[in-house]
Design a protein around this ligand. Structure first.
Ligand code: DGL
Length: 278
């Protein structure tokens, strides 16, 4: 049995989810949080459906063991490849009162308001783009929106290796931006469909016209979470609110603390954990 009261869990394959954590914690500061990064096994982007599902499942189970009541998959790749199976197969069997939410659905909800031309581009990992999760969800919700996807496999390594401001980054950014805008020149909204990409935003902005908007997920995911908690007071009542933040990684705690300080602009304490023995 998992604890019946506890924090909000936020999971990512590595550091990227910190861009989502930051916005959620800013919007809901009183809540307790545990952030878990599976840095030992990142990147998830190029991995198969089955592997991303197994890794994500282990991480979510670990966060429930730690007392989390609600886990946000702050990773597009995990949301695309593992969310539905965990919701439908694992939760009923583990504990039907717990919840797991992803980042793709909350992002999509805003696209119709934001895009004027109704031509949208999704920038993501190989896994997210190959899963066609954005296309399928958008087709259900807004069939009049035309969607093009672009996999940008080098962008996560650029961020993970702190090369996102280097001249080398320009080459890979320009390559993918030019490619997607050639496929559909009417695109007016580019979704940063990977939680690492906000760190590349300034550079991406150099390769697009000012008629194109870059859509960052963090604020929208936070907004949808606030709405979710209003609609689910029974979940809200189980979430503890002492303003605590814990950071966990499956790799070196020192290394995580060092890189996380770039994402969060502050020093944090980090615990190293094992998650693959569920
Ligand atoms: N940050 C993850 C996402 O949003 C991807 C990083 C990875 O490839 O592990 O898709």
């Amino acid at each position: 049995m998992f604890p019946e009261q506890g924090p909000i869990g936020i999971f990512d394959s590595g550091y990227g989810g910190l861009t989502i954590f930051e916005k959620i914690a800013e919007a809901l500061p009183a809540y307790d949080y545990i952030y878990l990064g599976d840095n030992a096994r990142t990147p998830y982007g190029p991995r198969s459906f089955e592997v991303v599902y197994q890794f994500t499942r282990q991480a979510v189970h670990k966060l429930f063991e730690e007392g989390c009541q609600l886990v946000i998959l702050a990773c597009n790749t995990a949301s695309a490849k593992a969310l539905r199976t965990i919701q439908q197969q694992d939760l009923p069997h583990w504990d039907a009162s717990k919840r797991v939410l992803g980042v793709i659905r909350p992002t999509i909800e805003y696209l119709d308001t934001i895009s004027k031309t109704k031509h949208v581009g999704i920038l993501g990992t190989i896994g997210t783009i190959a899963s066609q999760s954005y296309e399928l969800e958008i087709e259900k919700m807004y069939p009049h929106i035309q969607v093009s996807g672009e996999a940008c496999p080098m962008w996560v390594p650029l961020v993970e290796n702190k090369e996102y401001n280097s001249p080398g980054a320009d080459y890979f950014i320009q390559q993918h931006i030019n490619h997607i805008l050639n496929i559909d020149p009417e695109i007016d909204t580019l979704v940063l469909g990977c939680t690492h990409y906000p760190l590349l935003k300034d550079k991406i902005a150099n390769y697009i016209s000012d008629k194109i908007q870059l859509f960052e997920q963090g604020d929208y995911v936070a907004d949808r979470l606030i709405d979710y908690l209003h609609r689910h007071p029974e979940m809200d009542a189980r979430l503890t609110k002492s303003g605590s933040r814990r950071f966990q990684t499956t790799e070196s705690a020192t290394k995580f603390a060092e890189t996380a300080s770039v994402f969060l602009n502050k020093e944090i304490e980090v615990e190293q954990v094992v998650i693959d023995n569920e």
